[in-house]
Design a protein. Structure first.
Length: 374
């Protein structure tokens, strides 16, 4: 079938994207779902910093690529062997497909699925196929999804079914920002009732982590960013303290304000200066967690001796260490009970044709989540 899809053919365009127009809306040929795959009509898709990292080249991927991964839609056709979904089911897309068979999957860590990592890096679906074509040319999938398209074919293991009473534009957030941010707090770090927490970097993942920390019962949640609008938003969402990290003395000021730092600090920006702040404001015996996706060559340094002498822990968190089929329904239940109001992250709605302008909004830092409605 023919579908309209947002395609990136070259990384590293200059901003503003409204002028350089790195993403073109192309009419592509979409194959029918193969074994273990489903056809999904996308109803809402959200713009994420990991799309932006491909556009600006900080996370290099094979070109051309149909972008997008944070989305929700309706199952329209079922491939051979898919027994647990039906036509008409509502599904949210997840950016790591898990095979269920490899070492990490067997250990209950599907975020680290080995075939999933291979297919995501190669730009294919989990089964190794590319289902989008521009004439004779195959188009790569972004993290097994390519959600900025009217329809997508994805692995069954790239989607999680959800309740039909959640609107698509809200459900879309759960497969990336929410599971990554909330999962980092509750799964990777294990924040407990009364813990003190800092969030460094207040994009969609950072603000989701902030809401996760509040839902988990953190007694103090310190929010840190370079953007005043984001700091104001964090305060409105329930942050107890906010700090501008453009201040040279921000680490000393937060340590002073918190009596020596926090139990947990989360870095979500994928930038070494943010990581240095997060490590600097973690207290003795505390844990620093990063969900950031920096450039492959980026380095981060810290005082080595503190790991031992202060019994520090430094952890990475991918996909919030989540089991998507377990955690997305849990977080959606909390959302429906108003205990995880992630819809407050949504700042703008656009059409597919306005996607370049949408990425300018995201890149400016003034928008948390920009949603394409189909
Ligand atoms: Zn994402
Ligand atoms: Zn696996």
């Amino acid at each position: 079938m023919k579908v309209k899809s947002a395609v990136l053919r070259e990384m590293g365009a200059v901003t503003p994207y409204a002028e350089s127009q790195p993403i073109k809306i192309e009419t592509l040929e979409l194959d029918s779902p193969g074994p273990g795959e489903v056809l999904v009509q996308i109803k809402a898709a959200s713009l994420c910093h990991s799309d932006l990292s491909v556009i600006n080249g900080s996370r290099p991927r094979p070109m051309p690529m149909a972008l997008g991964h944070e989305a929700a839609g309706i199952v329209m056709e079922i491939g051979e062997g898919v027994l647990d979904l039906e036509v008409g089911d509502y599904v949210a897309c997840v950016f790591v497909p898990s095979c269920g068979q490899c070492g990490p999957c067997r250990e209950g860590r599907p975020a680290l699925c080995e075939p999933g990592a291979v297919s995501n890096t190669a730009g294919t679906l989990l089964g190794g196929e590319r289902r989008l074509h521009a004439g004779d040319e195959d188009v790569n999938h972004h993290v097994g999804v390519s959600a900025f398209s009217e329809y997508v074919v994805v692995s069954r293991n790239s989607v999680v079914k959800f309740s039909k009473d959640i609107p698509f534009e809200k459900a879309a957030l759960f497969g990336c920002a929410v599971i990554t941010g909330v999962g980092a707090v509750v799964n990777t770090a294990g924040v407990k009732l009364g813990s003190t927490v800092a969030i460094v970097g207040l994009g969609g993942i950072g603000l989701s982590a902030l809401l996760g920390a509040l839902a988990a019962g953190a007694s103090r949640v310190v929010a840190v960013d370079i953007n005043e609008h984001k700091l104001k938003q964090a305060k409105e969402l329930g942050a107890t303290d906010v700090f501008d990290s453009r201040d040279q003395d921000v680490v000393a000021k937060i340590r002073e304000a918190t009596g020596g730092g926090l139990d947990f600090a989360f870095e979500t920006a994928g930038a070494a200066p943010a990581m240095e702040v997060a490590y600097g404001i973690t207290k003795r015996g505390g844990t620093t967690v990063t969900t950031g996706l920096p450039h492959p060559e980026a380095q981060f340094s810290f005082p080595y001796v503190t790991l031992t002498a202060e019994e520090r822990t430094l952890k990475g968190s991918y996909l919030g260490s989540c089991v998507p089929s377990r955690d997305i329904p849990r977080y959606m239940n909390l959302f429906q009970e108003d205990r995880l109001p992630v819809d407050k992250l949504i700042s703008d709605f656009i059409t597919l044709d306005e996607i370049n302008e949408g990425f300018d909004k995201l890149a400016s830092g003034d928008s948390s989540r920009v949603i394409i409605k189909f």
